[in-house]
Design a protein around this ligand. Sequence first.
Ligand code: AMP
Ligand code: ZN
Length: 471
Amino acid sequence: MKLYNTLTREKEAFIPREAGKVSMYTCGPTVYHFAHIGNLRTYIMEDVLEKYLRYSGLDVKRVMNITDVGHLTSDADTGEDKMLKGAKREKKTVLEIAQYYTDAFFADCKKLNIRRPDVVEPATKCIGEFIKVIKKLLADGHAYIAGGNVYFDTSTIPQYNAFHNFQEEDLQEGVREGVEKDDNKKNKADFVLWFTKSKFDDQELKWNSPWGLGYPGWHIECSCISMKHLGEYLDIHCGGVDNIFPHHTNEIAQSEAYIGHEWCKYWFHVLHLNTNSGKMSKSSGEFLTVSLLEEKGYDPMAYRFFCLQSHYRKSLIFTWENLDNAATAYDKLLRNIAKLQEGPVEEEKLASLQNTFREAMDNDLNTALGITALYDVLKADISDGTKLALIENFDQVLSLNLLEGAAKIREADALQNADPAWIAQIEEQISLRAAAKKEKDFAKADAIRAALLEQGVILEDTAAGTVYKLK
Ligand code: AMP
Ligand code: ZN
């Protein structure tokens, strides 16, 4: 597989360090607010990457942090902690906010079929790790204490600007928005590893450290959590493109200073979801969530489909019209799949169409061409059984609920075409069964269920009552 590596600015063959195994790290959400659909674009594309690596036979271990401390509102270590800002906004404690938005994040991920990483680690659970690494950086001369904070000294490493994505003058205080001068810094690019002093002294969560009561910087958490679970060598590190500088640049600086050799070989960055008025961002307060899409009647799968239709290295413009187009195309796709009948699989034809899909995905995870390969399957002169097998196979990576969605359409159509008198009779039998169960006449309840099954009606008892579908 070839992947674009931000570090070398080239598409390169992806070769993990240890044959057959991949260590993968993902910058997780800052849990002071709901994830917006822009954040989720990044997580969807990372999910596809992870699933495609697994599909290709690799054993992936994926780790994600939860940023629940230390991510400040400004890049230059001078802003307020975002978590504290969220807690003040909602008049709750930082830990309450963190728990609430972490749960909300994983609920959104579930709706979008984003697999939960193998390890999910909140930063506040790793304070001991951060202190251990900062201590060594200080002992080795890579860090210094000034004005109560511990800073990383960027002049002690051969090359700080690992991604070459900024000019020296970009670092000047005042050039970047929200950047204030910090007189404690020896070099403009230096950054805080541990805070004991900040303008915002009401930080809720503080821990004892050799440098006083304080809290960690944001960058150190990702380096430490990655090394804790994946060791000194990382195959691939993922995030949104805004993370390249300063976050990932700082991660590389401190990790390599700590371990003394190259840390991560491949850097995968997803471009932003933008609206017509610019980047979608949490801090602006104006953003769309998965729940909002649902309230407006969209299936979260339509949003996943929308994301997969474009390449992760192109910025994607969100408009309602674009989402509508994706939703219509997704529905049409499901309807075409719903027409297919189970049957025998033609293995040779299956292999050749599978190769088309693989070629697309091997080419820098080209999901747009992967979706085209899916349409090619539907158009191909092959048996329905082969088509269904291929759809099931591609969906291991795309995770668009293709077969489940098609089955639902078939059921809905069957119900719509059914004789209303028969439907009324099914519903009556369901009521009778509920009454029998209430009277503990389970034999009768089971007999009703069996009789309905004979007619092709499958009952399912859910928390909301008994529902049925037609075979
Ligand atoms: P945060 O919760 O702000 O730490 O961001 C979580 C992830 O979403 C990071 O990988 C960001 O780079 C990414 N991200 C932030 N804004 C966008 C956007 N508009 N489009 C895509 N990804 C984004
Ligand atoms: Zn990170």
